[in-house]
Design a protein around this ligand. Structure first.
Ligand code: KIV
Length: 277
Protein backbone atom coordinates (compact mmCIF):
# COMPACT_ATOMS: atom_id res chain seq x y z
CA UNK A 1 0.00 0.00 0.00
CA UNK A 2 1.46 3.33 -0.98
CA UNK A 3 1.50 5.96 1.71
CA UNK A 4 0.49 9.52 0.92
CA UNK A 5 3.65 11.58 0.76
CA UNK A 6 3.77 15.12 2.06
CA UNK A 7 4.35 17.59 -0.78
CA UNK A 8 7.40 19.65 0.13
CA UNK A 9 6.48 23.27 0.79
CA UNK A 10 8.15 25.67 -1.63
CA UNK A 11 9.69 28.78 -0.12
CA UNK A 12 8.53 32.08 -1.56
CA UNK A 13 11.49 33.90 -3.11
CA UNK A 14 12.32 37.55 -3.76
CA UNK A 15 11.63 37.11 -7.52
CA UNK A 16 8.18 35.63 -6.61
CA UNK A 17 7.38 38.80 -4.66
CA UNK A 18 8.74 41.01 -7.47
CA UNK A 19 6.48 39.15 -9.94
CA UNK A 20 3.38 39.98 -7.90
CA UNK A 21 3.36 43.63 -9.00
CA UNK A 22 0.60 42.84 -11.46
CA UNK A 23 -1.48 40.71 -9.01
CA UNK A 24 -4.91 41.78 -7.79
CA UNK A 25 -4.24 40.12 -4.43
CA UNK A 26 -2.17 42.29 -2.09
CA UNK A 27 1.09 40.92 -0.64
CA UNK A 28 0.80 40.17 3.09
CA UNK A 29 3.78 40.79 5.35
CA UNK A 30 4.42 40.98 9.08
CA UNK A 31 7.44 41.33 11.31
CA UNK A 32 8.61 38.36 13.39
CA UNK A 33 11.47 38.02 15.85
CA UNK A 34 10.79 34.64 17.51
CA UNK A 35 10.36 31.04 16.36
CA UNK A 36 6.87 30.48 17.80
CA UNK A 37 5.26 33.62 16.36
CA UNK A 38 7.07 33.12 13.03
CA UNK A 39 5.67 29.57 12.82
CA UNK A 40 2.13 30.82 13.50
CA UNK A 41 2.43 33.59 10.90
CA UNK A 42 3.97 31.33 8.26
CA UNK A 43 0.55 29.78 7.50
CA UNK A 44 -0.89 33.17 6.59
CA UNK A 45 1.70 35.58 5.20
CA UNK A 46 3.90 35.92 2.11
CA UNK A 47 6.83 37.64 3.82
CA UNK A 48 8.21 37.81 7.34
CA UNK A 49 10.51 40.71 8.14
CA UNK A 50 12.95 40.37 11.00
CA UNK A 51 12.78 44.13 11.46
CA UNK A 52 15.24 46.19 13.44
CA UNK A 53 12.09 47.39 15.24
CA UNK A 54 13.07 44.48 17.51
CA UNK A 55 15.37 47.02 19.20
CA UNK A 56 12.34 48.92 20.49
CA UNK A 57 9.86 46.03 20.75
CA UNK A 58 12.07 43.32 22.33
CA UNK A 59 15.07 45.13 23.76
CA UNK A 60 13.32 48.29 25.00
CA UNK A 61 15.62 50.76 23.19
CA UNK A 62 14.24 54.25 22.48
CA UNK A 63 14.90 53.86 18.74
CA UNK A 64 16.31 51.34 16.25
CA UNK A 65 19.71 53.10 16.20
CA UNK A 66 21.43 50.92 18.87
CA UNK A 67 20.56 47.59 17.17
CA UNK A 68 23.63 45.49 16.25
CA UNK A 69 24.34 43.11 13.38
CA UNK A 70 24.72 40.25 15.88
CA UNK A 71 21.19 40.88 17.22
CA UNK A 72 19.78 40.84 13.67
CA UNK A 73 21.65 37.63 12.86
CA UNK A 74 20.50 35.90 16.06
CA UNK A 75 16.82 36.68 15.45
CA UNK A 76 17.12 36.19 11.69
CA UNK A 77 18.45 32.65 12.22
CA UNK A 78 15.67 31.82 14.68
CA UNK A 79 12.92 33.01 12.31
CA UNK A 80 14.40 31.53 9.12
CA UNK A 81 14.76 28.12 10.85
CA UNK A 82 11.15 28.19 12.02
CA UNK A 83 9.56 29.17 8.72
CA UNK A 84 8.83 26.81 5.82
CA UNK A 85 6.97 28.92 3.28
CA UNK A 86 7.23 32.70 3.72
CA UNK A 87 10.12 34.74 2.37
CA UNK A 88 12.24 35.80 5.36
CA UNK A 89 13.82 39.25 5.06
CA UNK A 90 16.32 40.55 7.63
CA UNK A 91 16.83 44.27 8.28
CA UNK A 92 20.34 45.69 8.00
CA UNK A 93 20.86 47.69 11.20
CA UNK A 94 22.08 51.29 11.36
CA UNK A 95 25.85 51.64 10.92
CA UNK A 96 26.39 48.32 9.13
CA UNK A 97 25.74 49.28 5.48
CA UNK A 98 25.79 53.05 4.88
CA UNK A 99 29.57 53.56 4.72
CA UNK A 100 30.17 51.89 1.35
CA UNK A 101 28.71 49.26 -0.97
CA UNK A 102 31.58 46.98 0.13
CA UNK A 103 30.69 47.32 3.82
CA UNK A 104 27.06 46.63 2.95
CA UNK A 105 27.97 43.53 0.91
CA UNK A 106 30.27 42.14 3.63
CA UNK A 107 27.53 42.42 6.27
CA UNK A 108 24.61 41.43 4.03
CA UNK A 109 26.54 38.30 2.97
CA UNK A 110 26.98 37.43 6.67
CA UNK A 111 23.24 37.88 7.20
CA UNK A 112 22.31 35.54 4.33
CA UNK A 113 24.99 32.92 5.19
CA UNK A 114 24.38 32.86 8.95
CA UNK A 115 20.58 33.13 9.03
CA UNK A 116 19.28 31.31 5.96
CA UNK A 117 17.06 34.33 5.14
CA UNK A 118 16.16 35.02 1.52
CA UNK A 119 16.75 38.79 1.40
CA UNK A 120 17.84 41.86 3.34
CA UNK A 121 16.14 45.23 3.82
CA UNK A 122 17.86 48.57 4.08
CA UNK A 123 16.64 52.12 4.59
CA UNK A 124 17.18 54.97 2.13
CA UNK A 125 16.23 55.89 -1.42
CA UNK A 126 18.43 57.64 -3.99
CA UNK A 127 21.34 57.85 -1.54
CA UNK A 128 21.42 54.03 -1.22
CA UNK A 129 20.82 53.23 -4.91
CA UNK A 130 24.50 52.50 -5.69
CA UNK A 131 24.66 50.12 -2.71
CA UNK A 132 21.43 48.36 -3.69
CA UNK A 133 22.78 47.79 -7.23
CA UNK A 134 26.11 46.51 -5.82
CA UNK A 135 24.31 44.00 -3.57
CA UNK A 136 21.80 42.79 -6.16
CA UNK A 137 24.51 42.28 -8.82
CA UNK A 138 26.35 40.10 -6.28
CA UNK A 139 23.41 37.89 -5.34
CA UNK A 140 21.80 39.71 -2.42
CA UNK A 141 18.06 40.45 -2.92
CA UNK A 142 17.20 43.84 -1.43
CA UNK A 143 13.93 45.20 -0.11
CA UNK A 144 14.19 49.00 0.00
CA UNK A 145 12.53 51.28 2.57
CA UNK A 146 11.62 54.93 1.90
CA UNK A 147 9.38 57.63 3.34
CA UNK A 148 9.75 57.59 7.11
CA UNK A 149 13.07 55.84 7.73
CA UNK A 150 13.28 55.28 11.52
CA UNK A 151 17.08 54.83 11.56
CA UNK A 152 17.31 58.55 10.60
CA UNK A 153 15.31 59.64 13.67
CA UNK A 154 18.21 61.79 14.87
CA UNK A 155 18.33 63.84 11.64
CA UNK A 156 14.54 63.83 11.11
CA UNK A 157 13.94 64.98 14.71
CA UNK A 158 11.14 62.44 15.29
CA UNK A 159 8.83 59.94 13.62
CA UNK A 160 6.73 62.07 11.22
CA UNK A 161 4.48 61.15 8.29
CA UNK A 162 6.06 62.05 4.94
CA UNK A 163 4.67 63.63 1.76
CA UNK A 164 1.86 65.55 3.41
CA UNK A 165 3.11 68.74 1.69
CA UNK A 166 3.21 68.71 -2.11
CA UNK A 167 6.77 70.11 -2.17
CA UNK A 168 8.02 66.89 -0.46
CA UNK A 169 6.75 64.70 -3.31
CA UNK A 170 9.53 64.99 -5.92
CA UNK A 171 12.27 63.74 -3.54
CA UNK A 172 10.19 60.76 -2.35
CA UNK A 173 9.14 59.88 -5.92
CA UNK A 174 12.80 60.08 -6.97
CA UNK A 175 13.68 57.71 -4.09
CA UNK A 176 11.13 55.16 -5.33
CA UNK A 177 12.45 55.37 -8.91
CA UNK A 178 16.07 55.11 -7.76
CA UNK A 179 15.60 51.93 -5.68
CA UNK A 180 13.53 50.27 -8.41
CA UNK A 181 16.13 51.14 -11.08
CA UNK A 182 18.88 49.81 -8.79
CA UNK A 183 17.19 46.38 -8.67
CA UNK A 184 15.32 46.25 -5.34
CA UNK A 185 12.62 43.54 -5.53
CA UNK A 186 10.10 45.61 -3.55
CA UNK A 187 9.98 48.80 -1.52
CA UNK A 188 8.48 49.59 1.88
CA UNK A 189 6.63 52.91 1.94
CA UNK A 190 6.43 54.00 5.58
CA UNK A 191 4.07 56.73 6.84
CA UNK A 192 3.46 58.29 3.43
CA UNK A 193 0.36 60.37 2.63
CA UNK A 194 -2.24 58.40 0.68
CA UNK A 195 -2.19 60.41 -2.60
CA UNK A 196 1.60 60.14 -2.85
CA UNK A 197 1.59 56.39 -2.00
CA UNK A 198 -1.04 55.91 -4.74
CA UNK A 199 1.05 57.85 -7.25
CA UNK A 200 4.27 55.95 -6.40
CA UNK A 201 2.47 52.59 -6.56
CA UNK A 202 1.09 53.44 -10.01
CA UNK A 203 4.49 54.55 -11.35
CA UNK A 204 6.84 52.09 -9.63
CA UNK A 205 7.66 48.84 -11.49
CA UNK A 206 8.23 46.93 -8.21
CA UNK A 207 5.66 46.14 -5.50
CA UNK A 208 5.14 48.79 -2.83
CA UNK A 209 4.59 47.44 0.69
CA UNK A 210 2.81 49.98 2.83
CA UNK A 211 3.03 50.62 6.55
CA UNK A 212 0.92 53.69 7.21
CA UNK A 213 0.84 54.33 3.47
CA UNK A 214 -2.82 53.56 2.63
CA UNK A 215 -4.59 50.67 0.85
CA UNK A 216 -3.23 51.94 -2.49
CA UNK A 217 0.00 49.95 -1.94
CA UNK A 218 0.62 46.51 -3.52
CA UNK A 219 0.98 44.96 -0.06
CA UNK A 220 0.90 45.76 3.63
CA UNK A 221 3.22 45.16 6.57
CA UNK A 222 2.73 45.75 10.30
CA UNK A 223 4.84 45.10 13.37
CA UNK A 224 3.30 41.91 14.79
CA UNK A 225 3.38 43.09 18.42
CA UNK A 226 1.55 46.29 17.40
CA UNK A 227 -1.30 44.49 15.63
CA UNK A 228 -1.59 42.00 18.50
CA UNK A 229 -2.17 44.85 20.95
CA UNK A 230 1.11 44.61 22.88
CA UNK A 231 2.22 48.20 22.20
CA UNK A 232 0.64 50.62 24.71
CA UNK A 233 1.16 53.55 22.26
CA UNK A 234 0.81 52.22 18.72
CA UNK A 235 1.20 54.60 15.78
CA UNK A 236 -2.04 55.90 14.20
CA UNK A 237 -1.67 53.54 11.22
CA UNK A 238 -1.86 50.38 13.34
CA UNK A 239 -5.08 48.39 13.58
CA UNK A 240 -5.06 46.14 16.64
CA UNK A 241 -6.49 42.72 15.82
CA UNK A 242 -6.16 41.28 19.34
CA UNK A 243 -5.72 42.48 22.91
CA UNK A 244 -2.74 40.34 23.95
CA UNK A 245 -1.63 42.95 26.47
CA UNK A 246 -4.97 42.54 28.28
CA UNK A 247 -4.88 38.73 27.90
CA UNK A 248 -1.33 38.51 29.29
CA UNK A 249 -2.16 40.86 32.14
CA UNK A 250 -5.26 38.80 33.05
CA UNK A 251 -3.36 35.49 32.82
CA UNK A 252 -0.46 36.67 35.00
CA UNK A 253 -2.82 38.23 37.57
CA UNK A 254 -4.78 34.95 37.78
CA UNK A 255 -1.56 32.91 38.12
CA UNK A 256 -0.29 35.19 40.90
CA UNK A 257 -3.63 34.97 42.73
CA UNK A 258 -3.74 31.16 42.43
CA UNK A 259 -0.17 30.75 43.69
CA UNK A 260 -0.88 33.02 46.66
CA UNK A 261 -4.08 31.15 47.55
CA UNK A 262 -2.47 27.70 46.88
CA UNK A 263 -4.98 26.85 44.12
CA UNK A 264 -2.05 26.33 41.74
CA UNK A 265 -0.49 23.82 41.30
CA UNK A 266 -3.45 21.43 41.56
CA UNK A 267 -3.29 17.62 41.71
CA UNK A 268 -3.15 17.32 37.92
CA UNK A 269 -0.01 19.45 37.84
CA UNK A 270 1.72 17.41 40.55
CA UNK A 271 3.83 14.21 40.36
CA UNK A 272 3.00 11.34 42.72
CA UNK A 273 5.19 8.28 43.40
CA UNK A 274 5.47 5.45 40.84
CA UNK A 275 3.36 2.38 41.78
CA UNK A 276 5.44 -0.70 42.75
CA UNK A 277 4.79 -3.78 40.54
O1 KIV B 1 11.88 47.34 11.47
C1 KIV B 1 10.73 47.15 11.05
O2 KIV B 1 9.92 46.45 11.67
C2 KIV B 1 10.36 47.76 9.79
C3 KIV B 1 8.92 47.70 9.39
C4 KIV B 1 8.18 48.64 10.23
C5 KIV B 1 8.74 47.95 7.94
O3 KIV B 1 11.18 48.33 9.13
Amino acid sequence: MSSARETPVRRITAPDIRARKQDDTPIVALTAYHAHTARLADDHVDMLLVGDSLGMVLYGFGSTVPVTLEQMITHGRVVASAVKRALVVVDMPFGFYEESPQQAFRNAARVLKETGAGAVKLEGGARMAETIRFLVERGVPVMAHIGLTPQSVNTLGGFFAQGREQDQWPAIEADARAVADAGAFCVVLEAIAEPLAREITAQCPIPTIGIGASPACDGQILVMEDMLGLNPNPPRFVKTYADLKGEIDRAIATYAEEVRTRRFPATEHTYGMKRRK
